[in-house]
Design a protein. Structure first.
Length: 152
C-alpha cells in the first residue's frame, strides 16, 4: 500500500478521488449558475438537455422533470425560468404536434463553452495521453460507477 492509497486501500482511494472530482464539478456548476442568474438545478437541466441532444433523444417537459426528480409545477417553473433567460426554447414536435420539445439555445451553449471549455479541454487532452486499453478502463469504470449510483 502506498501513501496515496490511504487507510482504506487503493480501491476506496479511487472512489474518494472520484467523489472529489464530482464535488468540484458541482462547485463549478454552482458558480456558473450564480454568474448567470440561475439555480443549480437549472444547470443540471441544461446538462440533461445537452446530453439528450448528443444522443439524438427528444426531451419533453415530462421527461426532463422525471430525470431531475421534479413535479410538474417545479418543471414548468424551471423551463419558464430557462426560457426567460434565453437558455431553452420550446418547439412543437414535427412528428406529433401535441408534444412540445425542449432544446438548448446556441447562446447557452456558448456561455457553457466559455466557462467549462478550458477544464473540459484539459481533461480531453489528458485522455488523449492514454493508450486504448487505459482509456477503455477509465470509460468502463465511469460507466459502472454511474450504474452503481443510479441503480441501473
Amino acid at each position: 500500500m502506498t501513501e496515496e492509497d490511504g487507510p482504506d486501500g487503493p480501491e476506496m482511494a479511487t472512489v474518494h478521488l472520484l467523489r472529489r472530482v464530482s464535488v468540484e464539478f458541482g462547485l463549478r456548476q454552482a458558480e456558473f449558475a450564480a454568474r448567470h442568474g440561475m439555480h443549480p438545478t437549472d444547470v443540471r437541466a441544461l446538462i440533461c438537455l445537452l446530453d439528450a441532444g448528443r444522443a439524438g433523444t427528444p426531451v419533453t417537459a415530462g421527461r426532463l422533470g422525471a430525470r431531475l426528480g421534479l413535479n410538474s409545477a417545479g418543471t414548468t417553473a424551471l423551463i419558464d425560468r430557462l426560457e426567460r433567460l434565453g437558455h431553452v426554447v420550446r418547439t412543437r414536435d414535427a412528428h406529433d404536434r401535441r408534444r412540445v420539445l425542449l432544446t438548448v439555445t446556441a447562446r447557452a451553449v456558448d456561455q457553457g463553452q466559455e466557462f467549462f471549455g478550458p477544464p473540459l479541454a484539459r481533461m480531453a487532452d489528458l485522455l488523449r495521453t492514454l493508450d486504448d486499453r487505459e482509456a477503455a478502463a477509465v470509460r468502463r469504470f465511469l460507466l459502472e460507477a454511474h450504474a452503481a449510483l443510479t441503480g441501473t
